[in-house]
Design a protein around this ligand. Structure first.
Ligand code: FAD
Length: 304
C-alpha cells in the first residue's frame, strides 16, 4: 500500500528502519528482532541500501523476505550511487514483481574506502533524478499497482553539509517533491526545535507532503560515536552529551538515558502533530520497545 494512502487513513505513521544482515547468523538475529517488533504494528519498515550499492542483493532479499514471511509493509531504500539507468530499471522491475509498494529514493554516499569516488559514471547525479526515474517507471505501467511505487525522500532538519546555503537547500528539497516524492523522512535529530523549524521552513517553501521525523534512541556510547560519523548534519546537543557523561559510562545507564531522551522527543512530537516517527533501530528491538512502554502504549495504533 502506498504510504501516501496510509496517511489518508492514519493520522501518524510509525516505522522502523533495519539494515540488511550480511551473514546467516546476523539474519537469524534480525528476524528475532523483527518478531519482537512486529507486535508494535508499525505502519511500514524500511531496509537500507549499503554505501555504493554494496548491499544491493541483501536489501532485495531482506525486503522480499519481510514481504513473504511477515505482516509488515517493507520499503527498500535505493541510491543513485554506482548505478546505470538499466540497473535501476531492473531493480525497480524486481520490486514491482514482488508488489513492493514504496521506495525511499536517495543519492547515497560513496563507500568510505572510496573518498574520491567519481559520480560522473552514475546515471543519476541527485536523488531528484532518481525520483524522476521512478516516476517514469510508474508511468510505464509495469507495476501491478496502477499508480506504481509511492516515493519517499530524505530531509535534513539541521542541513546537509554539502549545501551550506539553507535557502537553496529547501529549493533542492522542493525539487524532489515536485519530481514526484510523496513524503520526506528526516535525518535523526536530538533537539525537536530543529525539526519544528525545518517543518515550518518546508511549509514556507511550498513543500506540503508529510514529513516523518527520524528518531534514534542512543543505546551505547560507542554507538553514539558511530552515529555521529554516519548521520550527516546531525548535531549532538550539549544536554545529550552531559546526560551520557553523567552515567560514567555504565552501559545500562547509557541505554536508560537514551530511551528517556527518545521517549521525551516522541511525546513532544506527538503533542505537536508530527506526521510520522521513523525509528532508526540499528537492528535491535529493546530501545524501541522501551520507548513504546514508557509512552504507555501497546502498539502504534494506540498512538493514533
Ligand atoms: P540529494 O537530495 O541528492 O542531496 C544531496 C546533496 O546535494 C544535498 O546537499 C543537496 O542539497 C544537494 N543537491 C541536490 N540536488 C542538487 C542539484 N540539482 N544541484 C546541486 N546540488 C544539489 N545512504 C545510503 O547510502 N543508503 C541508505 O540506505 C540511506 N538511507 C538514508 C535514509 C535517510 C532517512 C536519510 C536521511 C539518509 C539516508 N542515507 C542513505 C544517506 C544519504 O544517501 C546521504 O545523506 C546523501 O549525502 C544525501 O542523500 P539525499 O538523498 O538527500 O541526496
Amino acid at each position: 500500500m502506498h504510504i501516501r494512502d496510509i496517511f489518508k487513513q492514519q493520522r501518524t505513521t510509525f516505522s522502523f528502519e533495519f539494515f540488511p544482515p550480511k551473514s546467516a547468523e546476523a539474519a537469524g538475529k534480525l528476524f528475532d528482532t523483527i518478531a519482537e517488533l512486529e507486535s508494535l504494528r508499525p505502519t511500514f519498515v524500511s531496509a537500507t541500501y549499503g554505501a555504493g550499492g554494496s548491499t544491493r542483493e541483501l536489501t532485495n532479499d531482506l525486503v522480499v523476505r519481510l514481504r513473504d514471511e511477515t505482516s509488515l509493509n517493507p520499503m527498500p531504500h535505493l541510491t543513485c550511487l554506482g548505478h546505470s539507468e538499466s540497473e535501476i530499471h531492473a531493480i525497480l522491475e524486481r520490486y514491482a514483481r514482488h508488489d513492493i509498494g514504496n521506495i525511499l529514493a536517495l543519492r547515497g554516499d560513496p563507500p568510505r574506502d572510496q573518498p574520491d569516488y567519481d559520480r560522473a559514471a552514475d546515471a543519476f547525479g541527485y536523488a531528484s533524478d532518481l525520483v524522476a526515474a521512478i516516476r517514469r517507471f510508474n508511468d510505464s505501467g509495469t507495476h501491478p499497482n496502477p499508480s506504481g511505487f509511492g516515493i519517499g525522500v530524505a530531509g535534513f532538519p539541521e542541513g546537509h553539509p554539502e549545501t551550506p546555503n539553507r535557502l537553496r537547500e529547501l529549493d533542492l528539497l522542493k525539487a524532489k517533491v515536485d519530481e514526484g516524492a510523496d513524503f520526506i523522512i528526516t535525518q535523526l535529530f536530538f533537539d525537536n526545535r530543529d525539526f519544528y523549524d525545518f517543518r515550518d521552513r518546508c511549509r514556507l517553501a511550498g513543500i506540503s507532503v508529510p514529513i516523518i521525523a527520524g528518531i534514534m534512541p542512543i543505546t551505547s556510547a560507542p554507538g553514539m560515536a558511530r552515529m555521529a560519523d554516519l548521520a550527516q548534519g546531525a548535531r549532538f546537543p550539549a544536554a545529550v552529551i552531559r546526560a551520557i557523561k553523567r552515567t560514567g559510562g555504565d552501559p545500562e545507564a547509557v541505554q536508560r538515558v537514551g530511551v528517556h531522551w527518545a521517549t521525551e522527543q516522541c511525546r513532544d512530537l506527538l503533542d505537536h502533530d508530527v506526521d510520522g516517527i521513523h525509528f532508526y533501530t540499528l537492528n535491535r528491538s529493546r530501545a524501541t520497545r522501551e520507548v513504546y512502554t514508557t509512552l504507555g502504549v501497546r502498539d502504534s495504533m494506540d498512538l493514533q
